[in-house]
Design a protein around this ligand. Structure first.
Ligand code: PLP
Length: 441
């Protein structure tokens, strides 16, 4: 059926549709009208996106961390089709179904020990909201009222809903736009850079002091383990995560790890907290959970946290979205976890890591580049200037690669199934984007 998308969808049609896009539709962090037209995608398969004009782009972004197995994966397609034969969705209040229960079982078995209670929800941000509620409800039940704040680190990203946004970096997250509507949490300085860096004494002391100073008003600690994603694509030492675990234990606080970006193999471990040997009390997963097919996320907690919540005032966890445990999403997530259980991701991610290290090495010598970093299937080139994003993106597209640079960062987290040749093209496109990224003076 190659080319069928163009039949009956002539140039004129896309001109009209793109006018709707420009005049009526919000895009992420977008303005109306948008400064630049987005690229219309008509199909996607493997690691390639096909545009309306017939061009093919290698997807260097996995649709924001999600499409780890590539597009139109036969097993994922099959899981969805099979579930459609039964039903697409039923309410989860008072009803239950096999896709949800099987997924919960799989999640408990693959996530770190101790995480045994599963809340299935509709997006990453909601998973973070649920994690906050779990933490506040459990601590209120155990320790009484008065602990309504959380401790987190600067440079983080946890989602765009108000509860999650309050945990994002206060500057990048534009908290000031919303004034007093954003909860005021306790922010520690960003963990020092470097996956392999030894734990920096001064940072450890800073966090210890901050936690001690606020210990009686905070319920827990929230962080992205090892990789800060949308907050700046930075890597920190697993020792920083281990320090947080130790301090939480000392002060009776809960540790919430946000693995929404890092989960399911992206950093080379199935979950990034494994690098630190840390077991969280609460963990959020999302993004790659469904292999990029549908919006689904989960918040897992320990039996102790669940018991505290249910022994508390409300006697229940107070959350329950309409599309909770959507059966289509659960079935495709189950299939995605099934593919991961096959174990091929380990060698795929390791091979992407080697490929990116080789492919991005030359960027170190380029003018304007301040850092090149690779961890697992994540490669980042950081520039010394705010990018001309349109020029950088266009340069990548000219190389046949889809990238979405932001701020001073050109980066990739390709689908695990990408081949070495395509990966080399992604690296070449990143270098081209870096060269093109300086706005004309
Ligand atoms: C993307 C992301 C979220 C938010 O997930 P959504 O599905 O976009 O709501 C939360 N935390 C982290 C670490 C993320 O990368």
């Amino acid at each position: 059926m190659a080319g069928s998308h163009l039949e009956g969808r002539g140039e004129g049609d896309w001109t009209r549709l793109l006018a709707i896009d420009r005049e009526q539709v919000w895009h992420p962090y977008g303005a109306i009208p948008a400064p630049a037209a987005p690229l219309p995608v008509v199909s996607a398969s493997g690691v390639r996106l096909t545009l309306a004009d017939g061009r093919e782009l290698i997807d260097g972004m996995s649709s924001w961390w999600c499409a780890v197995h590539g597009y139109r994966h036969p097993e994922l397609d099959r899981a969805l089709r099979a579930q459609l034969q039964s039903f697409a969705h039923v309410m989860f209040g008072g009803l239950t179904h096999e896709p949800a229960l099987r997924l919960a079982e799989q999640l408990v078995s693959v996530t770190p020990a101790g995480l045994e209670r599963v809340f299935l929800c509709d997006s990453g941000s909601v998973a973070v909201e649920v994690a906050i509620k779990m933490c506040l409800q459990a601590q209120r039940s155990r320790l009484g009222p008065g602990r309504e704040r959380l401790l987190t680190v600067r440079g983080g990203y946890h989602g765009d809903t108000f509860g999650a946004m309050a945990l994002c970096d206060p500057v990048d997250g534009m908290h000031r736009l919303y004034g007093g509507a954003v909860a005021r949490h306790v922010f520690a300085e960003r963990p020092p850079d470097g996956f392999a860096a030894p734990l920096q004494r001064s940072w450890a002391r800073h966090v210890e002091e901050l936690m001690a100073a606020h210990a009686d008003e905070i319920a827990g600690v929230v962080m992205e383990p090892v990789v800060q994603g949308a907050g700046g694509m930075r890597f920190h030492s697993p020792d920083c995560v281990a320090l947080m675990r130790r301090l939480c234990d000392e002060h009776g606080l809960l540790l919430i790890l946000d693995e929404i970006a890092t989960g399911f193999g992206r950093t080379g471990a199935l979950f990034a907290c494994e690098h630190a040997g840390v077991l969280p009390d609460v963990m959020c997963v999302g993004k790659a959970l469904t292999g990029g097919y549908m919006s689904l996320a989960a918040t897992l907690c320990t039996a102790e946290v669940a018991e505290a919540i249910c022994a508390g005032e409300g006697g229940a966890l107070m959350h329950g979205p309409t599309y909770m445990a959507n059966a289509l999403a659960c079935s495709v997530a189950g299939a995605s976890l099934g593919i991961l259980a096959g174990g091929a991701w380990r060698e795929q991610v390791a091979s992407i890591e080697r490929g990116l290290r080789a492919g991005l090495a030359d960027a170190r010598e380029m003018p304007g580049v301040v850092d090149v970093r690779v961890l697992g299937a994540i490669g980042v080139v950081q520039m010394d200037h705010a990018l001309d994003v349109a020029a950088a993106t266009a340069a990548a597209v000219e190389h046949g690669v889809w990238l979405r640079p932001f701020r001073d960062l050109i980066y990739t987290m390709p689908p695990y199934v990408i081949g070495q040749e395509d990966l080399a093209r992604v690296s070449a496109a990143i270098l081209a984007a870096a060269r093109a990224s300086r706005a004309p003076a």
